[in-house]
Design a protein around this ligand. Structure first.
Ligand code: ADP
Length: 323
């Protein structure tokens, strides 16, 4: 192998070793808050709570059984929207739905539920990552069980972003070894890209996300130049207050409803190296990279799961079929 390949392999191996000796516990900040929502809460109210606290997801707690009941994410709201369009006569009922109805809504629209796996916080981080990739979950809850009472406690939730950030911050000496470029390691997706225009409707974008099982649609102009990206979480401000009719509005309008602190999109080129992608992750709140050419035309999308998959599974025997 070339020196470049050798360095790359060495860097990746070192990162994997690092993930094997760290636990999910290590990823957590020294002090943090966790907002847990009771499943008895009205779905409508949950939207306000997320917005007020500038969060886009929360673990659910079933106080009847005193058990952890999964994680509320933007996907759940997208399911509610689909339900509304499939059963328009039920709109009056929709206002009364509680978070405990989410599983029924999922069933009614025939959505494949995202398996809720949880990990114990003291398990190796490597295990948590493998589980995440296997189930395609973008976040997993850390659940601890009390030995004596058998009671579950949700300690926190770790996301792909948090893990990649943790790797980036603590492995600078290893990530500098990753000098192969995006094109050479085939990182990301470059064919059958789902895109929309500024004047497409929010509903169009939602349908694309559901159909492709993705959470981000690049927004391009007539020349395929990248203008922005519509994310699943952008749906939340659109339906706040129960205004489901507004989904017929344009993506352009919807993007104006983004909170002020929203970071915007990050782009990279196919010639960019993995180490510079880790630099971006180290410095910024990246949720994916949109790959563009020199004229800012869309070439591809690199999701955090693509990066995590490469770092964890590249060259492994059981990397399995790429789905
Ligand atoms: P995201 O949640 O950022 O959409 P996922 O981790 O769900 O990303 O991505 C799943 C796969 O879909 C990844 O391999 C990613 O490269 C690909 N992907 C992401 N966005 C798009 C898109 N707009 N069109 C086609 N493929 C995409």
């Amino acid at each position: 192998p070339s020196p470049l390949d050798r360095d790359q392999q060495q860097g990746i191996r070192a990162i994997r070793d690092f993930l094997k000796v760290r636990t999910s516990y290590d990823v957590l900040p020294l002090s943090f808050r966790l907002i847990v929502l009771d499943t008895g809460l009205l779905i409508k109210k949950s939207l306000n709570i997320l917005t007020q606290n500038s969060i886009v997801s929360a673990p659910l707690w079933d106080s009847d059984t005193s058990r952890f009941a999964g994680i509320l994410t933007a996907t759940d709201y997208i399911n509610v929207i689909q339900y509304y369009y499939q059963f328009p006569d039920e709109i009056s009922k929709l206002d009364q739905f509680r978070l405990s109805s989410l599983r029924d809504i999922e069933k009614a629209i025939g959505a494949i539920p995202i398996e809720t796996v949880s990990v114990h916080p003291s398990q190796p981080l490597y295990e948590a990552c493998r589980r995440m990739l296997k189930t395609r979950a973008r976040r997993i809850p850390l659940v601890d069980v009390d030995d004596e009472t058998g009671r579950e406690t949700v300690l926190s939730v770790i996301t792909q972003y948090r893990i990649l950030k943790f790797i980036a911050v603590n492995n600078e000496q290893n990530t500098v070894m990753l000098k192969k470029c995006v094109r050479d390691i085939n990182l990301g997706t470059y064919t059958n890209l789902a895109t929309a225009r500024m004047d497409s409707t929010v509903l169009d974008a939602i349908h694309l996300m559901v159909e492709h099982n993705i959470s981000c649609i690049p927004i391009v102009d007539a020349d395929n130049r990248v203008l922005n990206a519509f994310e699943a979480v952008d749906v939340i401000p659109c339906i706040k207050g129960g205004a489901y009719e507004e989904l017929d509005g344009s993506i352009g309008e919807a993007l104006c409803k983004r909170p002020d602190e929203s970071p915007g999109i990050y782009t990279c080129g196919e010639g960019d190296r993995l180490d510079s992608i880790f630099d971006t992750v180290r410095k910024s709140r990246v949720h994916r990279l949109v790959v563009v050419d020199d004229d800012n035309r869309l070439r591809g999308v690199i999701s955090l799961s693509d990066i995590l998959k490469y770092v964890l599974l590249e060259g492994e025997e059981d990397s399995g079929p790429q789905t």
